[in-house]
Structure formats: structure tokens, C-alpha cells
Design a protein around this ligand. Structure first.
Ligand code: 1GP
Length: 253
């Protein structure tokens, strides 16, 4: 079964939980420990990547993570030298809120031959960067103006464009460490207008806040920064519990 099909199946049952691992910040043993503890405490998948690559350990960390967990391991490429065969799939992001051609298609063209070479599953993802109260790494590194956080109609128009272009997932991101996470009203507006599984992340700080995003319509909630800063298996589990209690039938339509 393709990883994308597994994600679709998961999204039909309940809200789901992705933990984000930035390989730059962790030694291999730490990355593996974090991945295993995340899986043991309820993560439904792992996103591995970041906005910049400072250390030369992405490939080796990814390989070690993949060998130690059963949940899907997805590459989350801030930049496209993040292509590696040691993952279940790569989120092939196009920053559809950007007007920077390099982020819309340039980086993807650079990545595509390597994706083919490795036979890697690529999941076309409409990545929407939403204004979050401060300049995040992805905002700066992508040279993209984020979408205003109160403009639900503009958000829906972008997500619909991604859908009509044939993209398979929507990822609404406030950026790692964002001051403010994505507003629930915007999540619901996009979810009710666009029939694609939706990932939401950036600046989510508590399990309650994560549950709010799930209830608003997010199918996958990404938690990174807060777990990295306060590594605590109990907190990982509390996020899982809060997210998983949102069953698909209860999601706002
Ligand atoms: C960032 O959506 C992810 O791209 C997760 O954000 O690190 O703030 O949890 P945080």
C-alpha cells in the first residue's frame, strides 16, 4: 500500500499526530530515541526535515530513524537537497502561497530526477505559509510573503487552486516556532471547501491547542518545536491523547 493511501485511510478515522524531527538539531542516537519514543507514545507518523541544513547528517539520521520505527517516515524538505531513499515518502511541497518561482517549481525540478532515481514515493503537497506574528525560518528562507491570517477567502482560493492542479495534500503551516498557530476559522474554511487531507502545524504549544486544530478540521497535526525544547515522553503522549480523541465523524463539516 502506498504511504499516501495509508494517510488517506488514517484521515478517515480520526485526527492524527505527526512529530517533526529536525535532523540538524540531533545526533543520530538522539534522533532514533526521539523517533522511537514518539511512536511508543502515539505518533502516527514522523516528518523529518527543516528549513536549512547545517549538519551533514540528514541521510544517516533518516536511515537510522527508518530502521527503528514502523510508522510512516516522511521527508519534509525545506530545501530540496533533502532527497533521500531512506523514507516511506517525500512531501513534494510547492509553496502555493509564494510568488517566488523557485519555491513554486524551481526546487521541485531540481529534486525530481533524484526522486525518480531512488524510486521514492513523492506526494504532491500544496504548502500554504500563513502569517504567524513573527518572521519564521521558512518565511525568510523561502522568500515568500505569508498569507494574511484573517483572510479565509484567500486561503480557500489557494487551497482550491492546489486541489485543481492535482495536488494530494494541503499543508497549512505557520512555520516552526511560530508565535501564533493557524486560526481555527481558517482551518475550517479550507477543510469545508477542499476535499483533500489536511496537515496543520507551526507554533502549536499545548495539547488543548492541538485538539482545537483537529476539531476545526485538521487531519494531521504537526508538533515539532515544543517537543524539541521540552523533550518529555509524557508530553508526547498528552498531545497524542488530545489529538486522537477527535474522531472523524465529529470534525466540523
Ligand atoms: C513546522 O509545522 C511544523 O513546519 C511544526 O511547527 O515546530 O512550531 O511545532 P512547530
Amino acid at each position: 500500500m502506498k504511504t499516501y493511501d495509508k494517510l488517506v485511510e488514517l484521515s478517515k478515522k480520526r485526527a492524527n499526530y505527526f512529530c517533526l524531527i529536525d535532523p540538524d538539531n540531533l545526533a543520530e542516537s538522539q534522533a532514533v530515541e526521539f523517533a522511537r519514543v514518539s511512536e511508543e507514545n502515539g505518533a502516527d507518523g514522523l516528518l523529518v526535515g527543516g528549513s536549512i541544513m547545517v549538519n551533514n547528517n540528514f541521510d544517516s539520521n533518516l536511515k537510522a530513524i527508518k530502521a527503528n520505527v514502523k510508522i510512516p517516515v516522511l521527508i519534509f524538505p525545506g530545501i530540496f537537497n533533502f532527497v533521500s531513499p531512506h523514507a516511506d515518502a517525500l512531501l513534494l511541497l510547492s509553496v502555493i502561497t509564494s510568488r517566488n518561482p523557485q519555491m513554486l517549481i524551481g526546487e521541485q525540478v531540481r529534486a525530481a530526477p533524484l526522486i525518480k532515481h531512488y524510486g521514492l514515493e513523492a506526494i504532491g503537497t500544496a504548502y500554504m505559509l500563513i502569517e504567524s506574528g513573527k518572521i519564521t525560518s521558512v518565511h525568510f528562507m523561502s522568500g515568500s510573503m505569508p498569507l494574511p491570517r484573517e483572510k479565509n477567502d484567500i486561503a480557500v482560493a489557494h487551497a482550491l487552486a492546489g486541489y485543481y492542479l492535482g495536488m494530494k495534500l494541503i499543508y497549512m503551516d505557520a512555520g516552526s516556532g511560530a508565535q501564533f498557530s493557524i486560526p481555527e476559522a481558517m482551518i475550517t474554511a479550507v477543510k469545508t471547501n477542499v476535499p483533500l487531507p489536511m496537515i496543520v502545524g507551526g507554533g502549536i504549544k499545548t495539547p488543548d491547542e492541538a485538539a482545537g486544530k483537529a476539531e476545526a478540521g485538521a487531519d494531521f497535526i504537526v508538533i515539532g518545536n515544543i517537543l524539541e525544547k521540552n523533550y518529555d515522553p509524557k508530553l508526547i503522549k498528552e498531545f497524542a491523547k488530545a489529538i486522537h480523541q477527535v474522531k472523524r465523524s465529529k470534525l466540523k463539516k
